[in-house]
Design a protein around this ligand. Structure first.
Ligand code: ADP
Ligand code: MG
Length: 250
């Protein structure tokens, strides 16, 4: 059974269709990279998958359970408890870190497990410390986000997502707000997660990284999947718009 299935998704903004009849699935342990030009619908796709946006057609399932579907023309969700369980399947890491500026690093990580998941406070803090150590940030537990570099902030936001014990992680251009010298440290963290078989969907412009880490790559254009396959297949594709896109990046 797929961990995530998106079936014939459509998303409109004010009458403009930005995702068209798009279907994809992600298997457990798989790393999916999504590439494509600006405005092609990559972020919208992640926001739909993580239920930050509603869909206008189609359905989304996590582990075979419907997370959202259309009934009488309206997006429909499961009951509160089931929805909560489904939402705890995934975490999302944003381009701009989105840390709480007035919380210390450790509080940023521990807050949702304690208040949303109602887990034991001591246990959560112990785990948060381990996650910080894993991210190489043991000495930053009491620091505030503004005292950290962009790369450190992004590592905190990855730790924050992991603290919820998700089955999969979504990343929306996790390095594009970073200076080039800080990009590598984030890509390494994601690579390490891949080697631990974390299921991930990563929107990225880092083509070498996508080629090395992804099991599957999707090239999006105007709200549809224009090319998909394993890295070898995708980078060998002669799809005109994709070649043009890759050419512009290099
Ligand atoms: P990408 O992440 O590939 O750059 P986006 O998913 O952000 O693309 O955007 C896809 C299209 O949807 C763009 O044309 C964008 O302007 C439009 N769009 C995205 N979010 C909104 C919104 N909240 N309201 C209206 N239009 C939006
Ligand atoms: Mg985007």
């Amino acid at each position: 059974m797929s961990l995530l299935e998106m079936k014939q998704i459509k998303k409109e903004f004010e009458g403009t269709t930005v995702i068209k009849d798009l279907s994809l699935s992600v298997e457990e342990g798989e790393v999916l990279a999504i590439i494509g030009p600006s405005g092609s619908g990559k972020s919208t796709l992640l926001r739909c998958a993580t239920m930050l946006e509603t869909i206008d057609d189609g359905e989304i399932l996590y582990q075979g359970k419907k997370a959202v579907w259309i009934e009488n023309g309206n997006p429909t969700f499961p009951k509160k408890q089931e929805l909560k369980e489904i939402q705890s399947c995934f975490g999302l890491v944003f381009q701009n870190f989105n840390l709480f500026p007035h919380f210390s690093v450790i509080k940023n990580i521990a807050d949702a497990p304690i208040h949303v998941q109602k887990r034991n406070r001591e246990e959560v803090y112990e785990e948060a410390k381990k996650l910080l150590a894993k991210m190489g940030l043991s000495d930053k537990a009491e620091a505030y986000p503004y005292q950290l570099s962009g790369g450190q902030q992004q590592r905190v936001s990855i730790a924050r997502a992991l603290a919820m014990k998700p089955k999969m992680l979504f990343f929306d251009e996790p390095t594009s707000a970073l200076d080039p010298e800080l990009t590598g440290e984030i890509l390494k963290v994601i690579k390490d997660l891949a080697s631990e078989h974390m299921t991930m969907v990563i929107v990225t412009h880092e083509m070498d990284f996508a080629r090395k880490v992804a099991d599957k790559i999707i090239f999006m254009e105007n709200g549809v999947i224009a090319v998909e396959g394993n890295p070898e297949e995708v980078f060998a594709s002669d799809h005109g718009r994709m070649r043009e896109f890759l050419g512009k990046l290099s």
